[in-house]
Design a protein around this ligand. Structure first.
Ligand SMILES: [Zn+2]
Length: 199
């Protein structure tokens, strides 16, 4: 059953400090596990409900950007770095070569014009807590000038290696998680996008 507002946990940051309010741990009645053949007790279930506080730290601008329809990446701008100019998507806070803090950049236009499928896998059976429609078409996406590969989901169309794809964003009701970003094959119309998503 969905929780009411009174049963949820919320967090604000006030004066630089995390201030949780509401309910973060809910215990439910456990159930015995009986052996149907012998009638003997074998154990118990252990229902637990926990709200985890996941801090994004330096990656927060990436997740905030998705809800605004922007794909943020990072780039090393250190003059002394051998790999200066390398762009990273997924978003890397620090350059792996010189360990200096990267510059945050907006690569939405690069993604819209150069994204293509590097490889893909279609998953018919997902793990627990899956929220994506099945089968899930996981795609590895490459972008021009970006030295890393991004894993995402193809929401419309069939995956094929080297096929051009376009990013779409959950801008209507952002969840501020990675599922706010998905891709569709080139030529997809606005009316085919999943609920809440825009180009
Ligand atoms: Zn560097």
């Amino acid at each position: 059953m969905p929780k009411t507002e009174k049963e949820k946990g919320f967090v604000d940051i006030i004066n630089g400090r995390y201030k949780p309010r509401g309910v973060f741990h809910t215990i439910e009645k456990n159930q015995p596990i009986f052996d149907k053949d012998t009638g003997k007790l074998a154990g118990v279930t252990n229902p637990r409900d926990m709200t985890y506080i996941h801090s994004y730290g330096g990656e927060a601008p990436f997740f905030e950007g998705l809800g605004k329809g922007r794909l943020m990446a990072t780039r090393c701008d250190n003059d002394k770095c051998e790999t200066r100019g390398s762009m990273y998507q997924p978003f890397r806070i620090y350059c792996p070569d010189c360990l200096r803090k990267n510059t945050i950049i907006d690569m939405t236009d690069i993604a819209k014009t150069t994204a293509k499928i590097h490889s893909y896998i279609i998953t018919h059976r997902s793990g627990a807590f899956n929220t994506l429609p099945k089968p899930i078409k996981f795609i590895n996406v490459e972008f021009e000038g970006v030295v890393t590969i991004l894993m995402s989901v193809l929401a419309v169309g069939e995956p094929e290696i080297n096929k051009k794809v376009i990013p779409i964003f959950n801008t209507k009701a952002p969840t501020y998680t990675i599922t706010d970003l998905r891709f569709v094959v080139e030529g997809t119309s606005k009316s085919e996008l999943p609920e809440g998503f825009t180009f």
